[in-house]
Each structure stands twice: as structure tokens, then as C-alpha cells.
Ligand binder design. Structure first.
Ligand SMILES: Cc1cc2nc3c(=O)[nH]c(=O)nc-3n(C[C@H](O)[C@H](O)[C@H](O)COP(=O)(O)OP(=O)(O)OC[C@H]3O[C@@H](n4cnc5c(N)ncnc54)[C@H](O)[C@@H]3O)c2cc1C
Length: 591
């Protein structure tokens, strides 16, 4: 049976062959797990995704979110799978079991999410936001706040949001005007208007806990005077019971291009002067706290971009194997030659190869980054933890921007593979393409990510973090050079990494000079080139793991290499991957 949504073989390859995820089970935090339980969890996630979530994909899109008599309702078909997500403890897989999570390594949670998010991410966003907002409370909340909110948010009983955006404050978060005044009882009274708030109101959960950015009266202007507040939709009493509705009201929802099942809300806080909130963290340090959620969300949005692309590729490759059109190129003159599946046509194969290459390269990169978190969890060494954190910080804007752009491009290419049918609503590609687009815009536009990479991340620790990143590539290159088939490709990746280092140095210097505007005009192309180098690095790494195995299986390297031109879309695709990625690096360099 054809695989749907994602490629389980490739997930397993990345988890267990490229990265040794089983290794984490030696750590006490993950000691209750083993490969068998990991596999079972991924299988269960697939079952839930295919049987319960996927059927809501098109239905939720057609029905959309409704705003009637001041109430927001999600598509009716969302209620059952949301409850199943809760019952199966899928809403906070990496959270501590005592808090309602599964205590899973991030890599395994990501593998399970490939299926569930790929099936309908407009739906899974509701559960995701409860966990993501809950993490803010876990890391920065008081004991009382943790007791009141945490478990209910992690288990999906209550959901969450993130409230930054206002009409005049989009990318420019510091321009926000939502105000907070301290009440005698220590709570704060908030007034303001927020827009574009995902899951800002809905009927899936009995309560919603909103982390809201606002400025306390008299606080400094700009980002330095911003504080963060927890604003429950329904006030939560000291004993945890639900009190009166809070004065935070949805005034409308957006009519959007995609993710029609996700409620994007306009909210008025304190319209009647009674919106109460609790300070989270310290006064005027709200943005630093919120950055925890924003960074997590940036990685997760990058993951969404990848997942859309991955699902689009799977749909396209399955379709291409079944759609009959035209004759085999070598039999054009034969009037009796039968129609062949379009996957036989070189141009269709070119498209599929490009999609596969990007999908698999991104999968490796995303599991590499998830593994950095897992390695942090398993490490007791402060220095190692800091080293890993540096790599996470450096790669966060890259993952967000690169994976959302490439994911969208894969959706576009998938539509091309489908031909006219892809443009219709009878097939899932047009919706995937619509749903995917927003990922390059929210959570900090991709242009803002590129500025972050150039303006903040490249210079972290006087460039030491970026040098560590280049060294990580060199470690793979050194291993690849020992394998004759890969020596030349390893040299190409080596050259590309060196050129990237030179470009980074040049851009960094230019950014500190009167040419600063020129430097930032190249921030996004630089990010894309760095992403391409990451793809080449990841494909080389995959090849280092795959070549010895293929050689063993096929008997000789020649026999293995011949599989490249085999009819199957599988085989030694990594070679194509390297070539394609390297070709892109060259074209970037030439621009
Ligand atoms: C469906 C949807 C869901 C959303 N969900 C949420 C949510 O849950 N919570 C939330 O708080 N917000 C949310 N948003 C808001 C989203 O994060 C913003 O739309 C985004 O940050 C961009 O802000 P903006 O739309 O005001 O665009 P603008 O800030 O006006 O940007 C327009 C263009 O100018 C560029 N630009 C802006 N400033 C600069 C600069 N300084 N340098 C270089 N280029 C710049 C941008 O990159 C972009 O290309 C959502 C938006 C949508 C559409």
C-alpha cells in the first residue's frame, strides 16, 4: 500500500541510522522507552492521523470557522479528533508525564507530528498552542500559576494563544499600545486591541489562557517597556475552579486564503474596563519571556512548512505512479506503445527528484535540530549545553525561513506534477499550497528571520557559534572523505562551507560599515544559501550512512550507483541530492 502524508522509511533512516535516537534511552529521563515503544508511538500517531485527522482536512477547509452572535465555532468535524488528541496525550508529547505529557524525546515527538500535523495542521494548532503557552508558565510562572494552569493546558483541557500583534504593531512589536494598570490585589487591568490571534476564541475547550504583551503605565517606550500577562478567557479562581468570564471579547475573525479551520481572531481587551491579567515573569521583561515561545514557535512553523512540502511530495509521487499519459520517450515512434505512468517522463522525474531532495534534506536538518534539544536534556555538562544552545539559536531563523519557503515551493511543484487536476479542489494539493503560505509570514516574516540571522546570530560570541556550525559540517566532510564514492562530493560540500564562511564574514563586515543597507538587502539570499549548504551537508551525512549499507547490499559500488538511474524513485537519490543542492549553491554564488 502506498505511503501517505510522509515517508516512514525515511523517518526511520533519519532517526536510527543518521542520528542514533535510541542512544537517548540510556538517559534516566527517557529510560522507560526503547526502539519498540518509539516505533509503536509513531505507528499510533499514523493511525490517528490517517483515520481521524485526515478526513477533517478538506471538510474543515470547506466549512471553515464561524463567528455568530459573538461566538466562534470551529468546523464541527474538529471536535472528535481534538478529544482523541487529548485522550491519547498527543497535545504535549515532550512535556513531563507528571504534568500531563508523555516525556518523549523531541525527535520522536517530531516523527509522530509529521503524521498528525501533515494530516491537518489547522486542527493540530489548537492543541499545539495550549502546550506552547503552557511552556511559558512552566519556565517563568510562579508556583501558584503552575498549579492553576499547567496541567490543564498540557492535557488540552484548556488551550492557549500568543498575543503580540496589533494593527500598528506587526513586525514592529515594540509599537504595541495595549496598556496594563496594576490593581490593588496584584492583578493587572488590561485595555487594548489585538488582531490576527490564532485560536483567539473557539468552542473546542472550556477555557483559553492568553499570554498577552502589554505596556504597564509609565513603562519605557519600545521593546524595553513590554510586560507579559496571563489573561484567562474565563477567570480561574484560587482553588482552580472557573469563575466569571473575563473582559476579553472576540470582535471578528479573518477570512483567509488558507487554514480555514484555524480561528484567526480580533480581540478587544477591557472594552468594559474589567479585563484582568496576571503578570508572568518580571515587569518590563515580557518580551524576553515571550521570546521563549516565539523561538519554539519559529522552529515549529519551520516544521509546518516542511510537513506541508513532505505531504505534497508524497501525494505527487503516488499520483505520478498512477496517472497514465503519453508514451515512453524511447517508444515515441511506436504507434502500439502503451501509455505510461507520468513518473516515467524525465521532466516529471526531475520535479519529483527535486521535491524529494529538499524534503529529505529538510527532514534531516529538522531532526538534527530536535536532537540538539534532546542532547541538551541528556547532558550534565554546562559547556556542552551552552554549545548546543548556540547551534539552536543560530539555526532557529534558518529553519523558520528556509523550511517554510522550500515547503511552499514543493507544494507549487506538486501542483505542476498533478497538472490540471492539481489546480482543482478534487485533490489536496491546492489546499496544502494555500495552507502552507502563511508559514512564511507569521511568527516573524521570513525577511525578519534573515535580518535576525545576519544582525544577531552570525555575530553571537564574536562569531564562535557560526564557526562551531561550520566545524560540524567539517566533521561530516572528514568522514565522507574516507569513503571513495563520496570523496569528490565531500570536497564540494567542503568548498561550499568555506565559501559560506567567507560570505558571512563579508556580509558581517559590510553590515558594520556605511554599506549596512546593502548588507541587509542580501540577508535573505544569504540565509537561503546557508540553507542550501545545510541541505548539502545533511545529504552528505545521509550518504555517509547509506553508502556502506548500499554497497553491502548491492555487492559493489558500481551496482549500487546503477540504481541511481533505476526506474524507482528511491535508490541512490542522495547523489542527486548533493548534485542538486550543490548546483543551487553555485547559482547563488553566481548571482
Ligand atoms: C493567519 C495568521 C495568523 C496569525 N497568528 C498570530 C498569532 O497567533 N499571534 C500574533 O501575535 N500574531 C499573529 N499573526 C500576525 C503575524 O505574526 C504578522 O502578520 C506578522 O508578524 C507580520 O506583521 P504584519 O502582517 O503587520 O506585516 P508588516 O510588519 O507590515 O510587514 C510587511 C512586510 O514588511 C517587511 N518588514 C516589516 N518591518 C520590517 C523591517 N524592520 N525590516 C525589513 N522588513 C520589514 C516584512 O518582512 C513584510 O514583508 C498572524 C497572522 C496571520 C495572517
Amino acid at each position: 500500500m502506498a505511503q501517505v502524508l510522509t515517508d516512514r522509511r525515511d523517518i526511520d533512516f533519519v532517526l536510527y541510522e543518521q542520528f542514533d535516537v535510541e542512544e537517548y534511552t540510556r538517559h534516566e529521563k527517557f529510560q522507560d522507552y526503547n526502539k519498540k515503544t518509539f516505533d509503536l508511538i509513531i505507528k499510533e500517531a499514523r493511525n490517528l492521523a490517517v483515520k481521524e485527522i485526515l478526513p477533517t482536512f478538506a471538510e474543515g477547509d470547506r466549512e471553515g470557522v464561524k463567528f455568530e452572535s459573538g461566538r466562534v465555532s470551529v468546523p464541527a468535524c474538529y471536535h472528535r479528533p481534538y478529544q482523541l488528541l487529548r485522550e491519547g496525550e498527543w497535545t504535549a508529547m515532550i512535556a513531563d508525564p507528571d504534568l500531563g505529557g508523555q516525556g518523549l524525546p523531541r525527535c520522536i515527538a517530531q516523527a509522530a507530528s509529521e503524521y498528525m500535523v501533515g494530516a491537518n495542521y489547522a486542527l493540530t494548532l489548537y492543541g499545539y498552542l495550549g502546550h506552547a503557552a503552557g511552556e511559558l508558565i512552566e519556565y517563568f510562572g510562579t508556583d501558584v500559576q503552575k498549579k492553576l494552569f499547567l496541567k490543564k493546558m498540557y492535557t488540552g483541557q484548556w488551550s492557549g494563544t500568543m498575543q503580540l500583534t496589533e494593527p500598528q504593531a506587526g513586525s514592529d512589536v515594540g509599537a504595541l499600545t495595549t496598556a496594563a494598570v496594576k490593581n490593588p490585589d496584584g492583578t493587572y487591568c488590561l485595555t487594548g486591541n489585538k488582531i490576527f490571534i490564532t485560536a483567539g476564541d473557539h468552542d473546542l475547550t472550556e477555557n483559553i489562557i492568553h499570554p498577552v504583551l502589554a505596556r504597564i503605565e509609565g513603562a519605557p517606550p519600545g521593546t524595553k517597556g513590554i510586560s507579559l500577562f496571563l489573561v484567562p478567557k474565563i477567570w480561574v479562581n484560587d482553588d482552580g475552579s472557573l469563575g466569571e468570564p473575563n473582559d476579553i471579547v472576540c470582535t471578528g475573525i479573518e477570512e483567509k486564503m488558507g487554514i480555514h479551520g484555524s480561528a484567526t481572531c480580533q480581540l478587544t481587551l477591557g472594552g468594559k474596563g474589567h479585563c484582568r491579567g496576571l503578570l508572568l515573569g518580571e515587569e518590563n521583561r515580557g518580551l524576553q519571556v515571550m521570546f521563549h515561545m516565539m523561538n519554539a514557535a519559529r522552529l515549529d512553523v519551520g516544521f509546518i512548512g516542511f510537513v506541508c512540502g513532505s505531504a505534497a511530495y508524497m501525494y505527487a509521487v503516488n499520483y505520478a505512479k498512477e496517472r497514465l499519459q503519453g508514451k515512453d520517450l524511447e517508444k515515441l515512434a511506436d504507434p502500439a506503445a502503451p501509455q505510461v505512468p507520468i513518473i516515467r517522463h524525465p521532466d516529471v522525474r526531475r520535479m519529483l527528484m527535486g521535491m524529494k531532495t529538499r524534503t529529505e534534506g529538510m527532514r534531516s536538518l529538522l531532526y538534527y535540530v530536535a536532537g540538539l534539544f534532546d542532547r541538551q536534556t541528556c547532558s550534565a555538562d554546562k559547556q556542552e549545553k551552552a554549545y548546543l544552545q548556540g547551534l539552536i539559536d543560530l539555526l532557529t531563523p534558518l529553519v523558520k525561513s528556509y523550511c517554510t519557503d522550500r515547503g511552499f515551493e514543493i507544494c507549487v511543484e506538486a501542483m505542476q506534477v498533478y497538472g490540471g487536476y492539481g489546480y482543482t479542489r478534487d485533490y489536496p494539493i491546492e489546499q496544502l499550497l494555500r495552507d502552507c503560505k502563511i508559514a512564511s509570514i507569521y511568527e516573524g516574516t521570513n525577511g525578519i528571520q534573515a535580518m535576525d540571522l545576519l544582525g544577531r546570530k552570525l555575530g553571537m560570541q564574536q562569531g564562535a557559534v557560526f564557526m562551531n556550525f561550520l566545524q560540524e559540517i567539517q566533521n561530516t566532510v572528514a568522514g565522507a572523505k574516507k569513503i571513495p564514492l563520496l570523496a569528490e562530493l565531500a570536497g564540494s560540500v567542503d568548498d561550499a562551507a568555506n565559501q559560506l564562511g567567507e560570505a558571512a564574514l563579508h556580509l558581517g563586515k559590510t553590515a558594520m560599515s556605511p554599506g549596512v543597507r546593502v548588507a541587509f538587502a542580501f540577508a535573505k539570499p544569504f540565509l537561503d544559501a546557508m540553507g542550501d549548504v545545510c541541505m548539502a551537508w545533511m545529504h552528505l551525512w545521509r550518504a555517509v550512512e547509506a553508502v556502506p549499507q548500499l554497497e553491502k547490499r548491492a555487492g559493489s559500488l558500481d551496482a549500487a550507483a546503477r540504481q541511481v538511474i533505476d526506474d524507482r524513485p528511491g535508490g541512490l537519490d542522495f547523489v542527486w541530492g548533493i548534485v542538486l543542492c550543490h548546483g543551487e549553491i553555485i547559482s547563488h554564488a553566481a548571482q
